[in-house]
Structure formats: C-alpha cells, structure tokens
Design a protein around this ligand. Structure first.
Ligand code: SAM
Length: 227
C-alpha cells in the first residue's frame, strides 16, 4: 500500500516500462508496481547502505529478484546501458539534490523517455533543469498529505525545446492553469513566510538591499498569482 504521494508518482509510470527508482529507500514504489504487473522490471538505486539493504530485503521478500535489481550507487550511476531503462523516478528529495543527480551523470539518461520527479522543495530548479536538458513537462500534480504539500512533475523527452516563463518555473505551468486547494495553501504559506523574513530584515540595522529586492519581487510574484 503506497502513500498518496507515491501513488501519484506511480500513476505516471508508463505500463510495461523499465524503471529506475533513484533513492529508492525500501523499494516500495517499484515493488508495488511489479506486484500490480505494471512494470517489466528495472533498478532500485540507493547511495546509502542501510536503505540499500532495506531495498534488497524488500525485493527478496516479495520475490522480485529476477525483475528488479537493487544497486548501491550514487544517483544515475545505478543505471547500466544493459538495464534498458526508459523511465526514471526521483522522489522525496529537495530540488537541488534532484537537479544535481540528473546533471551529474546526464549521459546515463540516454534511452530514458520519461522522468517523474517529486521534489519536496525547490521545484523551480527541477523545471529549469527540464527546460535546459531536452525534456518538457507533460503533467504536474500538487497534493497535501500528513501536513506536507508535495509536487509531482512528469516530463517527457522532446526535440522541440520548450521555454517556461518565470511564473511557469516557480509555480508550474500545469498547476498554474488549474490551481487546487493544495496549490493555494502552499503559496499562501510561502507569501506569509517571505513577508515575515522581509519584516525581520527591515527591522534589522543592516539591510542587505539586493536580498530585500529579490524577496520583494518574489512576494509580488506570489501575490499576483494568488489574486
Ligand atoms: N524515494 C523514496 C520516497 O520517495 O519515498 C525515498 C525518499 S528518502 C526521503 C530519500 C532517499 O534518497 C534516501 O534513502 C537517501 O539515501 C537517498 N539518496 C540521497 N541522495 C542520493 C543519491 N545521490 N543517490 C541515490 N540515492 C540517494
């Protein structure tokens, strides 16, 4: 049984695909997809030994060692050409780390048609990566679960480059087009947080002007979208 967050990620894994789940932890996602007969197999990658052993254990327990390989590796280095991976999931990390992982071993994405990325924070960095690395967003979701708000970004390989506006990058083109309650909650909270930081800065003696200007611009951008 997957969390709503991982179930949303799972929804976008194409049927019959060969999946690499990078930072898999317990390998819950790929094992669940195999149980439901939705993927052919793939790789569960982990850079930390403890979670890697959890993944190995789970795969063995559920009887999928023939279809799913756990690999102890940094990021995309878990993917070998002979795995024929066509879909990559990176979920439950910050946007900075997700972007680093994708950039570091970009060549390993040869053959990958779809990326499903679930940044906990910093989704704009992930969208910026997609825009500049031959992928285009095809769907986005935002959801609230257990007091957290999560974004899921789905992107496919493209030969026609896409350009996202500053608003698209920050808020997500699909989320902007159909803002739901989670979207409004997230950005209302962000606006309040930015406002509070600005007030603290203005109360302080030395105000870093550039930083204030950036935050002001951010606040304006958020408020315009929330209107
Ligand atoms: N993907 C699962 C999910 O969404 O529920 C687990 C998320 S867990 C919060 C993040 C996992 O990513 C951790 O198990 C961590 O060890 C792993 N991780 C962090 N950096 C990594 C990297 N460079 N390569 C592979 N795994 C990484």
């Amino acid at each position: 049984h997957l969390s709503q967050r991982l179930a949303t990620v799972a929804k976008y894994v194409p049927e019959g695909s060969r999946l690499a789940d990078i930072g898999t932890d317990h390998a819950y996602l790929p094992v669940n997809l195999l149980k439901r007969g939705l993927i052919a197999g793939g790789v569960a990658g982990e850079v930390v030994r403890g979670p890697f052993e959890n993944a190995q254990h789970e795969i063995k327990r559920e009887g999928f060692t023939a279809q799913l390989t756990a690999r102890l590796a940094n990021g995309l280095q878990a993917i070998e050409a002979t795995d024929h991976i066509d879909t990559v999931v990176i979920a439950g990390m910050g946007g900075t780390l997700i972007t680093q992982i994708l950039t570091q071993d970009y060549a390993r994405l040869a053959g990958v048609q779809r990326l499903i990325l679930q940044p906990n924070v910093g989704a704009h960095l992930v969208r910026q990566f997609l825009m500049t690395h031959g992928f285009k967003l095809v769907a986005e979701e935002i959801l609230a679960e257990d007091g957290h708000i999560y974004e899921v970004l789905v992107a496919d390989r493209t030969t026609t480059p896409v350009t996202y506006t500053a608003d698209d990058l920050r808020f997500g083109p699909f989320l902007l087009a159909a803002p739901n309650a989670a979207f409004v909650a997230k950005w209302t909270h962000e606006a309040e947080r930015t406002q509070a930081v600005l007030q603290q800065m203005q109360a302080a003696k030395q105000v870093p002007t550039a930083k204030v200007a950036t935050l002001r611009a951010e606040l304006t951008q958020i408020k315009e979208v929330l209107q």
